[in-house]
Design a binder for this molecule. Structure first.
Ligand SMILES: *Cc1c(COP(=O)(O)O)cnc(C)c1O
Length: 221
């Protein structure tokens, strides 16, 4: 099947309140353009280098999401145009994003990434680490970032009950933070979880944003 059919098939079966981030990493601009022409506007990339090469040649209407591990020294390169950064895991990074958002006179949306998988290779915060960031008085000065929710990746496993438990844990973390820190912040509403292999479980467990690559663009090399 083609990209357009894959995309439309997907949009048909996911609930309307769940946003689809089309993960175009490693795919050529023609593939992104095909999805764009079929109506998709939100795309995700996980490498700064790839993103800054692709974005200028693609429509301005695209909302680019950075879904990879963000290095502080690379924020500058994507700050002029990035809509949302999913993988934020330190105060230092939030400050750097804020600094470059100010320079570009923009607000950049961020998600706090949590470590929910059993593999220790996946990045992300513990709840204690997140609370220490959110309790830091410096956070109030960061006017050009907007923390809009949480993000996480489940363990790469066939054990669906484990995946479900991990996604449920991320939803609990979201609720805890919402109650304690973001009660008056309407924009703190996103739970970014679910990929091609586990999006259905993620949706069942309250995902508001799924990040889909393979199931739209085909497998990667
Ligand atoms: C690659 C990637 C995805 C998409 O993965 P698929 O299995 O191809 O859907 C989602 N999230 C992140 C963080 C990724 O790196």
């Amino acid at each position: 099947m083609g990209i357009k059919q894959n995309l439309l098939g997907f949009l048909n079966k996911i609930p309307k309140n769940v946003q689809l981030v089309a993960v175009s990493k490693t795919k050529p601009n023609e593939a992104v353009q095909e999805a764009f022409d079929a109506g998709q506007r939100v795309f995700g990339e996980n490498k700064v280098q790839d993103l800054i090469l692709k974005a200028p040649d693609l429509p301005n209407e695209i909302d680019w999401h950075f879904i990879g591990h963000m290095q502080t020294n690379k924020v500058k390169q994507i700050a002029p145009f990035i809509k949302m950064i999913h993988g934020v895991d330190s105060l230092k990074l939030l400050k750097e994003i804020n600094k470059h958002a100010i320079i570009n006179n923009r607000i950049i949306q961020c998600l706090l990434q949590f470590h929910i998988a059993s593999e220790n290779t996946k990045f992300g915060l513990s709840i204690e680490e997140a609370e220490s960031i959110l309790n830091n008085p410096e956070i109030a000065n960061l006017k050009n970032i907007e923390i809009v929710g949480v993000m996480g990746m489940a363990t790469y496993t066939n054990n669906t009950s484990q995946i479900r438990t991990e996604f449920r844990q991320l939803h609990e973390i979201y609720k805890l933070l919402k109650n304690k820190y973001f009660g008056n912040t309407i924009s703190f509403k996103e739970i970014s979880m679910g990929m091609s292999g586990d999006y259905q479980i993620a949706i069942d467990e309250g995902s508001t944003m799924i990040r889909i690559g393979t199931k739209i663009f085909g497998s990667r090399n």
